[in-house]
Design a protein around this ligand. Structure first.
Ligand SMILES: CC(C)(COP(=O)(O)OP(=O)(O)OC[C@H]1O[C@@H](n2cnc3c(N)ncnc32)[C@H](O)[C@@H]1OP(=O)(O)O)[C@@H](O)C(=O)NCCC(=O)NCCS
Length: 177
C-alpha cells in the first residue's frame, strides 16, 4: 500500500499505483483537459510514458513534476490528479508549483477544491512556504480554486503564453494562515 499524503472528508491523496493506469489515461487523455492547456489531452503514448514515470518517481522529487492520485474514499475510483513541482524559490524558501485535473465525470462536486485544500495542509506540514501556479485568465474554475487556497494574481506568467497568469501565496507554518 502506498503512502497516503492527505485525507479529506471524501478523498484520499496518494501516489499512483499500477492498478490506476486506466483511470490515469482516461483523465490525461480526455479532450476537455485541453481547453486551457495545450499540453493536454496527452496522446496515448505520451500518457503511458508519463504514467510509468509517475510510478517510478520518488514522492516530492525536487525540480520534477510529481503526480498524485485524487481517489474517492474508501477505496473508490481515481477521480483526478494533482501535479506538483517542488523547487527552491528565488527568494530562498521551499516552493511548490501546482496543477490539478478532475475527470469530467467527477467535476462540479467540489472535489478539486477539497483535494487542493487537503494538499495545501500536507505541503505546509512538509515545510513548503510558497505556492505557485500558472493559469489561463479564462479558466474560471481553476482561478476560483486558487483563490480559495489563498493564492493571488502576481501578474503575467513568465511562460510566454499571452493569456497565462502567475498566481502565488506565502504559506505560514502549521497553525498559521
Ligand atoms: C479546474 C478543475 C480541476 C475543477 O474541478 P472541479 O472538481 O469541478 O472543481 P470544483 O467542483 O472544486 O469547483 C471549483 C470552482 O469552479 C466553479 N466552476 C465549476 N465549473 C464552472 C464553470 N463552468 N464556470 C464557472 N465556474 C465553474 C465552481 O462553482 C467552484 O467555485 P465555487 O466553489 O467558488 O463555487 C476541472 O475543471 C478540470 O480538470 N479542468 C481541466 C484542467 C484544468 O484546467 N486544470 C487547472 C489548471 S492546472
Amino acid at each position: 500500500m502506498s503512502t497516503v499524503v492527505a485525507e479529506t472528508a471524501r478523498l484520499i491523496l496518494r501516489p499512483f499505483q499500477p492498478a490506476d493506469r486506466e483511470a490515469y489515461l482516461a483523465i490525461v487523455g480526455h479532450p476537455a483537459m485541453g481547453r486551457f492547456d495545450e499540453e493536454f489531452p496527452r496522446p496515448p503514448e505520451v500518457a503511458k510514458a508519463d504514467f510509468r514515470h509517475a510510478l517510478e518517481l520518488a514522492p516530492f522529487t525536487r525540480d520534477e513534476w510529481n503526480e498524485l492520485a485524487i481517489a474517492l474514499r474508501p477505496a473508490g475510483p481515481v477521480a483526478g490528479l494533482i501535479s506538483y513541482r517542488p523547487h527552491r524559490a528565488a527568494s530562498g524558501e521551499l516552493a511548490v508549483t501546482l496543477g490539478f485535473h478532475v475527470h469530467p465525470d467527477h467535476q462540479g462536486q467540489g472535489l478539486a477544491s477539497e483535494a487542493m485544500l487537503g494538499f495545501k495542509e500536507a505541503l505546509r506540514a512538509r515545510g513548503v512556504r510558497r505556492l505557485c501556479a500558472v493559469v489561463d485568465r479564462a479558466n474560471v474554475p481553476s482561478i476560483r480554486i486558487l483563490t480559495r487556497l489563498g493564492l493571488a494574481c502576481a501578474g503575467p506568467s513568465d511562460t510566454g503564453v499571452p493569456d497565462e497568469l502567475a498566481y502565488e501565496c506565502l504559506l505560514g507554518p502549521p497553525g498559521h494562515p
